[in-house]
Write a protein that binds this ligand. Structure first.
Ligand SMILES: Cc1cc2nc3c(=O)[nH]c(=O)nc-3n(C[C@H](O)[C@H](O)[C@H](O)COP(=O)(O)O)c2cc1C
Length: 217
């Protein structure tokens, strides 16, 4: 099988998970190509029709932000990936994974819905626990190396199961229960407000950005 994965990673957790997925597929003799959606030198208009034509299955990975999909990948999937896939007659199979620190609600299912509108058929949508990247929320942080290792070992176990389900074409859709959805909606409502507040406070000009990271501080 040829698999193409499109991902966004803010601080490296999703990148790590994505590399693991590639490694495990590789062990089983499948070819995986990875595409960071942030790469500016990629010409999607030219590339996507070729990638979609050549792939047996595609994957989409991202971190969860307040039980939501980060706007950077949400917008890209909506306005770029789905635009090209809609031109195809045959439905393309897809899988979705998000990375989280504690609770991602039904976020993978939100991406599933988005992809479905773009003509994809999503059979697997899961979340994978990694580390928190929110140091301002102290209780969520895991500094001890031993605990970090345990979290990543468990993540790897889950990724192995995930890859196995994809290869066997078996469904795995997590977090469909009403309670999870309810809590996720509550979290989303507060997060949307926060997200808009911060988006209005900080802007960046990609033409002059030199990646100094002062804005991150
Ligand atoms: C703005 C923001 C919101 C977040 N919201 C959540 C959340 O709702 N639930 C959760 O478990 N983790 C949350 N996190 C933690 C990240 O989802 C988690 O650390 C993720 O693995 C980071 O992936 P990355 O390193 O690929 O960016 C949030 C992180 C950020 C920066």
């Amino acid at each position: 099988m040829k698999i193409s994965i499109f991902y966004f990673s803010g601080t490296g957790n999703t990148w790590w998970v994505t590399q693991k997925i590639k490694e495990i597929f590789g062990e089983k003799g499948h070819l995986v190509e990875l595409y960071s959606i942030e790469k500016k030198d990629l010409n999607w208009e030219e590339l996507l029709p070729i990638i979609l034509n050549e792939s047996d299955i595609i994957g989409v990975g991202f971190p969860v932000y307040g039980s939501r999909i980060p706007f950077i990948i949400r917008d890209w999937v909506k306005n770029t990936l789905c635009l090209f896939s809609q031109k195809r007659k045959k439905k393309i199979q897809a899988f979705v994974y998000d990375t989280m620190a504690m609770f991602s609600g039904d976020t993978p299912l939100l991406m599933k819905r988005l992809l479905k509108k773009g003509g994809f058929q999503v059979k697997q949508a899961i979340n994978i626990r990694t580390l928190s990247n929110l140091p301002q929320m102290k209780s969520m942080m895991t500094w001890e190396k031993e605990k970090q290792k345990k979290i990543f070992d468990n993540a790897e176990k889950k990724i192995r199961k995930f890859v196995d389900k994809i290869i066997k074409n078996k469904k795995w859709l997590m977090r469909r229960d009403p309670f999870t959805r309810f809590v996720a909606v509550l979290q989303r409502v507060t997060f949307i407000w926060e997200e808009n507040r911060f988006r209005n406070l900080f802007t960046s000009d990609s033409n002059i950005c030199n990646l100094c990271k002062i804005c991150v501080e």
